[in-house]
Design a protein around this ligand. Structure first.
Ligand code: OAD
Length: 231
């Protein structure tokens, strides 16, 4: 089976009702990124940061995968599909994708501020964390999210996966945030690259096939193009 590696961003979940970051009216129009998505912001006003992610988590629990997510999951019948996502929602998993690597963390998880390995999974009945909620080590819990200025622990694994791609697909990311945006440079020479986005996305990589559509329509078109070649 051919290996398809899919790099997704916020636009993947837009049709599920989840806001993107940099589109007009997106999250970074409504919030100051330094306040809610950096370690400094958390030190200054932890309550604001916990509240921001509590809202995102509730939104994510309530959201359903769109036809883009389910289309990618269905491609597992004919391809070895690896999803590498910058998204912190769990819509790829809800759609049935079995190989999902989260580069920027996961909303459903929280962890001790003192021990990155002490991770807890929240449930829909208990979706929030507050000041005073502690792990077994007695330390405050924080979102299991990679904030700006923090290392991206999964990046090396992501690079290795991208190197194995027979086809690379990029969906719904402005390719503004590194190191995720740099993954495109790790494909083997000659690997076909498809980029699905309704807006123009700039990349310095040559030969990208642009599919100027939203995620649902774009994945449908992608499936028509790549077919079900199992060789
Ligand atoms: P952006 O908000 O930067 O980009 C979203 C992309 O999705 C844009 O290129 C849109 O044109 C596209 N888009 C909008 N609607 C779409 C649709 N229906 N179908 C497909 N594409 C659509 O989001 P990301 O590139 O994911 O990180 O942002 C990267 C990182 O920056 C995020 O993971 C987050 C953010 O700050 C952290 O918080 C650490």
């Amino acid at each position: 089976m051919k290996t398809i590696v899919v790099l997704t961003g916020a636009g993947m979940s837009a049709e599920s009702g989840i806001s993107t970051f940099r589109d007009s009216g997106g999250l970074w129009d409504q919030y100051n990124v330094e306040d809610v998505a950096t370690p400094e912001g958390f030190r200054k006003n932890p309550e604001l940061v916990l509240d921001f992610y509590n809202k995102r988590r509730r939104e994510s629990f309530g959201a359903k995968p769109n036809l883009g997510h389910t289309g990618l999951a269905a491609m597992e019948t004919d391809f070895n599909v690896h999803v590498i996502t910058q998204n912190v929602d769990n819509l790829h998993e809800k759609a049935g994708s079995t190989n999902v690597l989260h580069l920027h963390g996961e909303l459903v998880k929280v962890r001790s501020v003192n021990n990155p390995d002490l991770i807890y999974t929240l449930t829909e009945d208990n979706p929030d964390i507050h000041i005073g909620d502690k792990g077994e080590d007695g330390a405050q819990l924080r979102p299991h999210i990679v904030w700006f200025g923090e290392a991206v622990p999964a990046i090396e694994e992501a690079m290795n996966i991208v190197q194995k791609a027979d086809i690379l697909v990029i969906i719904g990311t402005s390719l503004n945030v590194y190191p995720a945006a740099g993954l495109i440079n790790y494909v083997k020479e000659g690997t076909p690259i498809y980029l699905i986005d309704p807006q123009e996305v700039r990349t310095n990589v040559q030969g990208v096939h642009f599919i100027r559509k939203g995620a649902s329509e774009g994945v449908k078109e992608l499936r028509q193009i790549v077919g079900n070649s199992r060789e």
